[in-house]
Design a protein around this ligand. Structure first.
Ligand code: AMP
Ligand code: MG
Length: 325
């Protein structure tokens, strides 16, 4: 199958493919998504096949307006309040699913993740398809999520007919997943809508911190966000440099990645992730994909555990399999 990349002029064609039961990759503000008609089980199955995604990892249902949510989920007052506060944007709410939504989307769960993306391409595609779009990230399973159309092409070439290129993703990491089905709202996956932001609207929010085996969000148990080369986190610039020199002495092509100015020694290969945490989130996956093509050891600065840096660290701990030096 030929995989075309089109700009927003490809939205009409994308909507036609979705209506006909096909799959299409499209830009969102978080990462690129790979979408299908959420009410068409066969179409949804194609997503799992193209990604090599385990069957028990649920997809997120993308909507264009709050009214749309009712077609797939039971809306609660809290959900409406949060949608009004943070949507369109990088927040996915886990709610009780309606029976009309096939279990293929939720991987057999009675709950469903619902998100209203902000990106024009995603919104127009949902509206023109006249349905809701079930979509995970558009990468091959276990790979780094795509933040450019070219990343999608690298992973999905020959497997999908169309990629709708909407430029580089503004947020750069996946949405915050907030479960509203328990007694206390619980963040299953931290993202750009942080716990600090949610606590302005909710009296209580928990961060998921359990064992991966008992993860209530099935996606959490899989290896994720992993570059194809070794990756470690460094507690200090000094430990990063030590590891860099040790690896280089062994003939390994090492690189250090971090906030602007983390490493000042010009003789060291250093990848600048940007200054603010927003810039770091936006650049992270792109720089990781670039680095893994050239280097075989990526040493990444350990960030704080506050605000957006908490969400960045959540991905980095997975990328490095928790190795901090
Ligand atoms: P992706 O967009 O590729 O990151 O995949 C969607 C992710 O959303 C899954 O891996 C889960 O972590 C999360 N998710 C989606 N639906 C649910 C749900 N019903 N319950 C818990 N987590 C969910
Ligand atoms: Mg994903």
């Amino acid at each position: 199958m030929e995989t075309k990349i089109k700009g927003i002029d490809g939205i009409e064609e994308g909507a036609r493919i979705i209506k006909e039961g096909g799959i299409v990759a499209f830009a969102t503000e978080t990462v690129y998504g790979l979408g299908a008609d959420a009410f068409n089980e066969k179409a949804v199955a194609k997503i799992f096949e193209a990604k090599g995604r385990p069957q028990d990892n649920p997809l997120i249902v993308h909507i264009a307006g709050i009214e749309d949510a009712q077609r797939a989920a039971e809306l609660t007052d809290t959900a409406v309040k949060l949608f009004k506060a943070f949507s369109p944007g990088p927040l996915t709410l886990v709610l009780k699913k309606k029976k009309e939504l096939p279990y293929a989307v939720t991987a057999g769960l009675d709950t469903v993740g619902i998100r209203m993306p902000r990106h024009y391409a995603a919104r127009a595609l949902i509206q023109k398809s006249q349905t809701l779009i079930a979509a995970p990230s558009a990468n091959s399973s276990t790979r780094i999520s795509p933040t450019t159309a070219l990343h999608v092409y690298e992973d999905m070439r020959g497997k999908i007919p169309l990629i709708i290129d909407g430029g580089d993703c503004a947020v750069g990491i996946e949405s915050t997943v907030l479960d509203l089905t328990g007694n206390t709202p619980q963040i299953l996956r931290p993202g750009a809508v942080t716990i600090e932001m949610l606590l302005k609207y909710l009296p209580e929010v928990k961060n998921f911190q359990g064992e991966i085996k008992t993860a209530p969000s099935p996606g959490m148990k899989y290896k994720h966000y992993a570059p194809i080369v070794d990756c470690v986190l460094s507690r200090t610039a000094l430990s990063a440099l030590k590891e860099y020199k040790r690896a280089r002495a062994e003939g390994k092509k090492a690189v250090i990645m971090g906030r602007k100015g983390y490493i000042s020694d010009k003789s060291v290969d250093f990848i600048d992730l940007g200054q603010t945490s927003e810039q770091i989130a936006r650049n992270l996956y792109r720089k990781m994909r670039e680095a893994e093509k050239i280097y075989n050891l990526i040493i990444i600065e350990e960030f704080s555990r506050k605000d957006l840096e908490y969400s960045i660290m959540n991905r980095l701990i997975k990328s490095s399999q928790g190795v901090i030096i």
